[in-house]
Structures are given as C-alpha cells and as structure tokens.
Ligand binder design. Structure first.
Ligand SMILES: [Zn+2]
Length: 115
C-alpha cells in the first residue's frame, strides 16, 4: 500500500471512530443511526476525492473546507464531542493526531507549505 493510500485509510478510520463514538453517546444505538451513517459516507467520499491528501495531514487541519455547510456543521459537532474523548479510546492515534497537527501548524507558520 502506498503512503497516500495509507493516509487516506487512517483519515477515514479516524473519522469513522469519531462518528461512531458520537452516535453511540448522543443517539444511543449500538449501530450508526442513518443520519450518522450518511455523514460517514459523505466524509469518506471527501477523503477519497481530496486532492490535497498528499500535502496535508488531516481534514481537520485543512484550509480548504470541502465539506458543504450542512455537513461541515455536523462534522464539527462530532469533532467537538469526540475529539477530546479520542485520547481515552485511542490514545496512540489521538497523540499522533496532536503531533501531526502541531507539525502542520509549524509548517504553515514557516511558510514552507507546498501548494
Ligand atoms: Zn447518530
């Protein structure tokens, strides 16, 4: 598997975990409710079609917000809820996410970001 594919996979996985956690705690069921399943589907499509995957780390850091407003609102809510909780459920992944986010910010600050 190529790096880029791996990146896409891990982004999708991360989003999936966050949506699952959010749905479980807010909508009750063991399985994703139709609304959250839709959101996950949408998020997955965005990641698969993202032309910036090569240069960016995660969608949450991306300056190009490709989500349509309605979906962006939903995903933001999910991130707000699940983001801080990921450290409990997936500590290694969450820490890596924080580190990558810091690196990304540093890169942007230094202006060496590729376009
Ligand atoms: Zn739900």
């Amino acid at each position: 598997m190529q790096d880029l594919d791996r990146k896409r996979q891990s982004e999708i996985y991360m989003v999936g975990e966050m949506i699952a956690l959010y749905c479980q705690k807010n909508h009750g069921g063991k399985e994703l409710c139709p609304q959250c399943a839709d959101l996950l589907d949408y998020a997955r499509q965005r990641v698969e079609r993202c032309p910036f995957m090569e240069t960016k780390t995660f969608c949450s850091n991306c300056k190009v917000h490709c989500y349509k407003p309605e979906m962006r609102e939903k995903i933001r809510e999910v991130m707000r809820f699940s983001g801080p909780r990921m450290i409990l459920y997936h500590p290694i992944m969450a820490i890596r996410h924080v580190i990558e986010t810091q690196k990304e910010k540093q890169k942007i600050k230094n202006g060496v970001e590729k376009r």
